[in-house]
Design a protein around this ligand. Structure first.
Ligand code: C5P
Length: 236
């Protein structure tokens, strides 16, 4: 009998392991957008996102950012620390795009004077609404200290990733992070991939991320492959 996942997400499954403090993440090729309204598959996305996320988590570990990554046992599997995920999504933005561009009436591509951190309620039924510190306290999603830890870590991660990607001719427009509790500490979980970040080619402005799927721009798989290639030199 096939092993049942502990949790089934929109693009990943989580499986128990022999150790209570570790779980296995399985990356699938499924792609969704607009809170699951648009569905599709991106060939080899699971492999590409697992490799790209593993690369970023290793980089962040080297830079002293606590995260859930342990190892990448296979092309679609990531072994991670088992976290109690906080139901808050943290978005960091350097350049206006997507929902922020709409909300504040800026054209996409306009640089923000300083990084903007946003908090969203991780709740599929509600479509992940934008919330603030007051909502988080009212909903008891995290303590004020945990929110501060997430925001500080998110800004540090932004510095590390922005600098690294610039050398690869990739502009980090914005990205989403999820954090969880592990032995009482707030640590980074989930993934960092073209599904959860906006990457634009620094020279041409070409989109190298999930907006190609969301907006039907074509060459979706090629964009993900290009990101992996620029980061690691690997060709898939
Ligand atoms: O759609 P929006 O502009 O708010 O997205 C900001 C960033 O967060 C984008 O990089 C997007 O890929 C990411 N995001 C995500 N998961 C969500 C919402 C946004 O990864 N549920």
């Amino acid at each position: 009998m096939e092993k049942q996942p502990l949790y089934e997400g929109k693009a990943k499954q989580i499986y128990a392991t022999d150790k209570a403090e570790e779980v296995l993440v399985y990356y699938r090729d499924d792609a969704t957008a607009f809170n699951g309204e648009k569905k599709g598959t991106i060939l080899n996305k699971g492999i590409l996102n697992n490799r790209i996320s593993s690369f970023f988590f290793r980089l962040l570990t080297e830079q002293g950012i606590p995260n859930h990554f342990i190892s990448m046992p296979s092309d679609r599997e990531m072994l991670v620390k088992s976290l109690k995920i906080l139901q808050v999504e943290v978005v960091v933005r350097n350049i206006a795009a997507g929902s922020l561009a709409k909300r504040i009436g800026w054209e996409e591509g306009r640089k923000l004077p300083a990084p903007v951190v946003e908090l969203y309620y991780k709740n599929d039924e509600l479509g992940d609404p934008l919330i603030n510190h007051f909502h988080i306290q009212a909903l008891r999603l995290a303590t004020a200290e945990q929110v501060a830890a997430m925001e500080q870590s998110a800004l540090k991660i932004n510095d590390i990733l922005t600098g690294y990607l610039k050398e690869k001719d990739i502009e980090l427009i914005d990205f989403k992070l999820e954090f969880g509790l592990y032995q009482g500490q707030v640590i980074l979980g989930d993934e960092i991939s073209p599904d959860t970040c906006r990457f634009w080619d620094s020279k041409t402005g070409e989109k190298l991320d999930k907006d190609r799927f969301r907006r039907d721009l074509g060459k979706v798989e090629d964009a993900y492959k290009e990101v992996l290639h620029r980061l690691t030199g690997e060709v898939l």
